[in-house]
Design a protein around this ligand. Structure first.
Ligand SMILES: Nc1ncnc2c1ncn2[C@@H]1O[C@H](COP(=O)(O)OP(=O)(O)O)[C@@H](O)[C@H]1O
Ligand SMILES: [Mg+2]
Length: 363
């Protein structure tokens, strides 16, 4: 892993704890995570504030390059401890730049980032040993073997124990399926093997937080599955993971939380199960032909906007109305209720809409 460069810190008061204010996301993205480590989070009102529930938090994080381009614009990321946060967006949407700011590799033009409750890059020395990162590959030596490269990196990390080095390197190599290739020089590695070695380097010691920038790049479908499996395994053991990808399908299934970048903006963020709810969930009611009028009246009366009639089905955006209220109201009004379905948009369709047609959702 490259040594973090020192970066100027933004002069924003640490006391400011704004909500991200995303138009489409639920605000309760820091809630407990079933089956994860929500139970480890400190109780609300324990005197430390809610910030400590977050492994990653950014406030209006912004990067404007010298060219004038704003690559990242006022991004407010919230990654609860124990989460697997899928950081998604098309190529060029600002993911890597954000991740580089998180790690203190580049300074923000405005705003700030906190890792594990500590301000970056000020806290780099204490926080980064607890953070494993894969970002555009660590600086590997082309003529050294994979194993020798890991030995160098581990030796350069002043906080690791030499006596456990061999065992930790063996374990990391085995975990990434690099045992057989360990003695090969790095320059003979395929892109997929290089990615694996980068992951092995991030896992040379136990970490509280892993930040992986497109870890499935260059991997075949089997390798991609292995990375997903690894992420799940690490999360189950209590590691918080932020994993970026421009391919939704590659990581979607392991994520507990989702953040979507588009043109430098974080356009959607929240728990995976609920993140799409605010997006045009519709109810489709089937009734008999002569009950269509009264059904439309009931739906409108509940506050559902613009019901559309097609044959004997009526489709309306559900908004905040619970579907069971719709069925109760229809039955109550004496409407023949032949069917009622709730259609939630797929994450994929929300992505495409939010990020434009350029978003590659194919495998
Ligand atoms: N060092 C740099 N100097 C100028 N522009 C950059 C630099 N790094 C990235 N960019 C630009 O910032 C935008 C976001 O890039 P990046 O963060 O790499 O996106 P992603 O990781 O989502 O593909 C792109 O338009 C890219 O060209
Ligand atoms: Mg990138």
């Amino acid at each position: 892993m490259p040594a973090p460069t020192t970066a100027p810190s933004a002069s924003v008061p640490a006391s400011a704890v704004p909500q991200p204010g995303l138009p489409t996301a639920r605000t309760s993205s820091t809630g407990n995570l079933p089956g994860r480590r929500g139970d480890h989070a400190p109780a609300a009102g324990a005197g430390q504030g809610s910030q400590t529930d977050l492994a990653i938090r950014t406030h209006d994080l912004t990067k404007q390059f010298r060219s004038g381009q704003v690559a990242v614009s006022k991004v407010n990321i919230e990654v609860p401890r124990g989460a697997v946060y899928g950081f998604l967006g098309p190529n060029g949407s600002g993911k890597t730049t954000t991740i580089r700011m998180l790690l203190g590799l580049v300074g923000p033009s405005d705003g700030y980032a906190e890792l594990l409750g500590e301000r970056m890059p000020t806290a780099s020395a204490t926080v980064l040993p607890r953070v494993g990162a894969l970002v555009e590959g660590p600086a590997f030596h082309p003529y050294l073997s994979g194993r020798a490269n890991l030995e160098r990196l581990d030796a350069a990390d002043g906080t690791t124990r030499r006596s456990t080095r061999k065992a930790r390197i063996d374990a990391a190599l085995a975990r990434l399926g690099l045992g057989a290739a360990a003695a090969k020089p790095y320059r003979q590695y395929s892109l997929g093997m290089k990615q694996r070695l980068g992951l092995a380097a991030a896992l040379l010691r136990p970490r509280d937080l892993l930040i992986l920038d497109e870890p499935t790049n260059g991997l075949d479908p089997q390798g991609t599955r292995e990375v997903r499996h690894l992420v799940r395994e690490l999360a189950d053991a209590g590691t918080t993971v932020l994993v970026s990808s421009h391919l939704l399908t590659e990581i979607e299934q392991v994520c507990t939380h989702i953040g979507i970048m588009s043109r430098g903006n974080l356009v959607l963020q929240g728990p995976r199960e609920t993140v799409t709810e605010a997006h045009e969930t519709v109810v489709v009611v089937t009734t008999s032909p002569d009950h269509r009028g009264s059904a439309v009246e009931v739906l409108t009366g509940l506050g559902l906007t613009a019901p559309e009639v097609a044959g004997t089905t009526i489709t309306a955006a559900l908004g905040d109305v619970p579907p069971e209220r719709v069925s109760v109201a229809l039955v109550h009004a004496g409407v023949d209720l032949l069917g009622l379905e709730v259609h939630r948009p797929s994450l994929e369709s929300v992505f495409v809409r939010l990020t434009g047609e350029g978003f590659d959702v194919a495998r």
